[in-house]
Structure formats: structure tokens, C-alpha cells
Design a protein around this ligand. Structure first.
Ligand code: SF4
Length: 353
């Protein structure tokens, strides 16, 4: 197949070529993605010791795939106090966390200072802890709700101690699909523009893609190509994170689950298409740890981290969302034939386990 030869020669592929890779048998595709992964990292698999915190689930938006926000199917609104958040952070730091990953719903009932105070208080108490916080969707919400520009919100994030941006809120960039699953949320162009502005400030971010719902394969490739284009210009994305759609407790009414084969093919094609984004993360909370370990053979070089606790995907039925002990995590990576490498949030190697 021409496209396979092209990838082997190190040439870029376009939308139709990438789509045709879905027709290649799983093992040939895996081998191709694995060879690209090996060139960069050999058998290293990266992770970090992190803690996910979701400070509020009160949301003005109504994304159909969401089971996290407080609504009729999940009538338990909560908003944490700064003290509660600091207590969680303190416990995690004592356990060795080097990063907090803070993502919230779009809560119109709290002030901008409530959002920003989370970061400034964490930073002043734990100056070396890396704060990864506020998705482009949250930034767009805060800007619109508090009548600020995106630039102003981004500058306030930096002033208050945010180090990098997570990749959430990207979902699927195709506008027609986006209208059906998350109408009203940040538009695709804006999501990309916010990341561009963040990169222009010398900062790093990640990019996600939610797949396995109503989108078609070509929408996934289109999503990757839009990211590849921006990355060519800024170089600011550290990692691409394909997230498997979770089907429970939401209003999308998609009850099927993408097959393991479809998930692994999507991982492998991500590695091939996104030749300029260094890391491909198998986010085990949504794919299950077993499939994430196998994904290491399909181009993934990063298994996120120990996580400790995660609420967003847990609400939607993810069975793996309660974190994992470090020893277990390390042993699983070793047993799967890879070398666990603890990294910091910017992918500097801290320890080879
Ligand atoms: S995905 Fe985020 S923005 Fe959408 S409803 Fe859920 S919490 Fe709100």
C-alpha cells in the first residue's frame, strides 16, 4: 500500500490517506505506529504523579455527552471551597504529586476571583507544584461571562500561577458534529485561537479529541489535521490525548462503545498523522488500563499518571477513574515490556523506574 510506504519514508499523509489506514489490518498498523514511537522513545513509557481536581460541577452549558455537570441525571451540584481544595492538594503533595490538573464546569454562580484564587493559593503554598488548569472551553466561558478578552484571561492565569493548559474542550472540531453534541460551547476556531495565544506566551498545552460517539472516522482525521496545522506554526502542544466516549448518564443516547480494535487503530493513526506533536497519551481512565497498556504497542508513549481521583469520566461510567497506587502502576508498565519513566509536566525525565 502506497500510504504505508510513504509513512515509512517519513513523509506526511493527508486526510484520505489517513482514512485508508483504518482499512489496514490491526497488526500491520500497530507495527507502523510502534516503529515511529520506537524511533523517538524506544521502550520508554512516560507518566507523572499527579492529582486531578474538579472544583465544581455547576455548569451553564449542556453538552449532550456530559455526565459530570449537575443536571436532571446528576442532581448533585457541588462547589468546593478553597480550603477543601488546598487540603486535597496538601495530601497529594505528601504522596509525591508533582502536578495538579484542575478542570471545572462553567459555573456562573462563582466569581472570576474564585477561579483564580484556587491557583494563586496553591502556588503560594506549594511554589514548585505544577498547575495545569483551565481548558480553552473554560477560558472562553470566563471571558464571555466576565466580559474580558481571551488575552486578559490568559494573562490572569499566568499572574495567578497557572503553568500549563490541559487539552480539554476540544471534543470534535467538525462544526456540524459539534453543534449536535455541545452546542454553545467554545467554537473550534476559538479553541485553536486560545491555544495559539497561550503558545505565543511561551507556554505549553495539550490537545484532546473525544471519539466513539456520533462522529465518523473522517471527523477524527480532520480534528488531527487542524491540530497538526497549528502545531506547525507554534510547536506548543506537548501531547495529543484521544479520549474514548463514555456512554452512561448523559443525553447523547449513544449506547454502543467503540471496539478495542477501533480504539487501537485510532491511537496508531494519531501517532502517524500527528508527526509534530511529540507525545501520544493513552488516557487509561477512559480506555481502561489494560487497553492503555496495549496501546503502548500502537504508538502511545505516555500513560498520564496515577491520577488519584477523577470525577468527570467517573460520572459517565468510566470504571477506571479512581486512581492507582504508584507501585501497581509501575509494575503494570514493566510487566507489559516497557520502561516506566516518571516525568514532570513538561516531559523532563525525573526517574527511570
Ligand atoms: S462538558 Fe463541561 S461545559 Fe459541557 S456540560 Fe459538561 S461540564 Fe459543562
Amino acid at each position: 500500500m502506497d500510504v504505508i510506504e510513504k509513512v515509512k519514508r517519513g513523509e506526511r499523509i493527508g486526510l484520505e490517506e489517513a482514512l485508508s489506514l483504518y482499512e489496514v489490518d490491526l497488526f500491520t498498523l500497530g507495527e507502523l505506529a510502534d516503529s515511529l514511537r520506537k524511533k523517538r522513545y524506544d521502550r520508554k513509557s512516560f507518566f507523572n504523579i499527579n492529582r486531578h481536581i474538579n472544583p465544581t460541577n455547576v455548569c451553564k452549558d449542556i453538552c449532550k455527552f456530559c455526565a459530570f455537570s449537575a443536571n436532571r441525571k446528576n442532581p448533585n451540584p457541588y462547589t468546593m471551597s478553597h480550603e477543601e481544595i488546598l487540603d486535597i492538594v496538601e495530601t497529594s503533595v505528601k504522596r509525591g504529586a508533582k502536578e495538579v490538573h484542575i478542570v471545572s464546569a462553567h459555573n456562573p454562580e462563582v466569581t472570576l476571583e474564585w477561579y483564580l484564587g484556587i491557583f494563586s493559593k496553591i502556588k503560594s503554598r506549594f511554589p514548585t507544584l505544577h498547575i495545569k488548569a483551565l481548558t480553552a472551553a473554560e477560558i472562553n466561558f470566563l471571558a464571555e461571562h466576565h466580559r474580558k478578552s481571551h488575552d486578559e484571561i490568559l494573562d490572569l492565569m499566568i499572574e495567578n500561577g497557572v503553568d500549563s493548559m490541559p487539552g480539554g474542550g476540544a471534543e470534535i472540531f467538525d462544526e456540524a458534529i459539534r453543534r449536535r453534541i455541545c452546542k454553545g460551547k467554545v467554537e473550534s476556531d476559538r479553541w485553536l485561537a486560545i491555544h495559539r495565544k497561550w503558545h505565543e506566551r511561551g507556554r505549553k498545552s495539550n490537545a484532546t479529541m473525544l471519539f466513539g460517539h456520533i462522529e465518523e472516522r473522517r471527523h477524527r482525521i480532520d480534528h488531527m489535521l487542524r491540530l497538526r496545522k497549528l502545531q506547525d506554526e507554534t510547536g506548543g502542544f506537548n501531547a495529543f490525548i484521544p479520549l474514548v466516549y463514555q456512554k452512561e448518564n448523559n443525553y447523547l443516547n449513544v449506547t454502543r462503545f467503540p471496539s478495542s480494535q477501533e480504539i487501537l487503530k485510532t491511537m496508531a493513526i494519531s501517532r502517524i498523522v500527528l508527526d509534530n506533536i511529540p507525545h501520544l497519551k493513552a488516557y487509561w481512565v477512559t480506555s481502561t488500563i489494560n487497553l492503555a497498556l496495549i496501546a503502548q504497542h500502537f504508538g502511545a508513549d505516555d500513560l498520564d499518571g496515577t491520577i488519584e481521583k477523577e470525577s468527570i469520566n467517573a460520572a459517565a461510567g468510566a470504571k477506571s477513574a479512581q486512581g492507582m497506587a504508584l507501585e501497581t502502576f509501575v509494575a503494570l508498565i514493566k510487566n507489559s515490556g516497557f520502561v516506566p519513566v516518571e516525568r514532570d509536566s513538561l516531559y523532563r525525565e525525573l526517574k527511570v523506574w
